[in-house]
Design a protein around this ligand. Structure first.
Ligand code: 3HC
Length: 293
């Protein structure tokens, strides 16, 4: 089944989309990356260029392999170019209106057999699938940041997802070198339902002045032998993404454990989203002074 796959579309080439496109191209698929305008295409390309150049300079890829990957990557600003895509991953911003617009187009443009996957981290895959005339062919395929590095992908199924779709997506995930875990469509799925409240708790500790940002991250890192602390992780994934996950957890369960920290909410309101805006818990700051709520 997967052997017949050739052309993979990736819609949205932000940090996640660019990483996802790179992962598919490195695994031998022909990838077409779609963005809204040329400037966004160029940003996505430069993200991939940087990542691939780093892999070459570290000896993880040869120049020949790099050229092969480049040859398998094409870019467009027209979704219509996905008319012959076998598999499409959507990685546009986390807004249901934007996702709805993309999925309405994909459903119209792509052949009926094309599987449509969303990389959403916080929205309902069921709601997205229900917008299409092919809900049995819609899944969540949730990558983790940085997508070229992190092995886990969550394959999110809905009450409408077909068995065959799950099998194909699971096989595709393995073929791109990931470890797929099948999970149901509940707020936060599995990984974010665990990870984001932990990040939120770290923000609360900080907000209460229990320890500095550096101390909180150092403690968590050392305690659990993690590659980075929770506040640095918030900067990496985006404070807006963390807040969106907290809010869907709250909406679904109305459990006080899932109330977002006021500081997290204020920083998002102020546009301090972490790496993507250059200001976050650590990003763009010396250790002192501390950000104020
Ligand atoms: N793109 C591509 N490759 C990258 C990269 C990027 N943005 N950032 C790092 N890498 C690669 C490096 O090239 C290096 O590759 P190598 O091992 O082949 O040489 C490797 O990752 C390690 O990088 P560095 O040596 O530069 O730096 P670190 O060792 O500090 O690792 C890190 C950086 C990979 C980000 C590591 O700190 C880490 O794994 N952090 C945890 C990340 C995490 O938990 N992500 C999940 C977040 S939750 C999420 O995304 C879900 C969402 O819905 C919220």
């Amino acid at each position: 089944m997967v052997q017949e796959f050739d052309k993979v579309g990736v819609v949205g080439l932000g940090a996640m989309g660019a990483g996802i496109a790179e992962v598919f191209a490195r695994a031998g698929f022909n990838v077409i990356g779609v963005e809204i305008d040329q400037a966004a295409v160029d940003r996505g390309r430069s993200h991939m260029d940087k990542s691939l150049s780093r892999a070459v300079s570290k000896g993880k890829l040869t120049e020949e392999e790099r050229s092969g990957i480049d040859a398998r990557l094409t870019f467009t600003t027209s979704r219509e170019d996905l008319a012959d895509a076998d598999f499409v991953v959507e990685a546009v911003p986390e807004r249901m209106d934007v996702k709805k617009d993309v999925f309405a187009d994909l459903d119209r443009i792509c052949p009926p057999g094309t599987i449509l996957a969303t990389n959403t981290s916080s929205l309902s895959v069921t709601e997205i699938a229900a917008l299409t005339g092919r809900p049995e062919k819609v899944v969540g395929l949730h990558f983790f940041n940085p997508a070229p590095v992190m092995k886990l992908v969550e394959v999110i199924t809905t009450v409408s997802t077909g068995e065959e779709t799950v099998d194909v997506v699971t096989e595709v995930a393995k073929r791109i070198g990931k470890t797929p875990v099948a999970v149901g469509d509940r707020a936060g799925f599995v990984a974010n339902a665990l990870l984001v409240p932990y990040i939120n708790d770290a923000v609360r500790l900080y907000e209460r002045g229990i320890a500095t940002r550096a101390e909180i991250d150092a403690a968590a890192k050392k305690a659990a032998d993690l590659p980075m602390g929770p506040l640095a992780l918030a900067d990496l994934v985006g404070l807006d993404v963390c807040l969106a996950v907290m809010d869907v957890l709250w909406e679904e369960y109305r459990d006080p454990r899932f109330t977002a920290s006021p500081l997290l909410r204020r920083m998002v309101a102020a546009g301090q989203l972490g790496r993507k805006t250059g200001l976050g818990f650590h990003e763009g700051r010396s250790e002192e002074p501390e950000p104020r709520a």
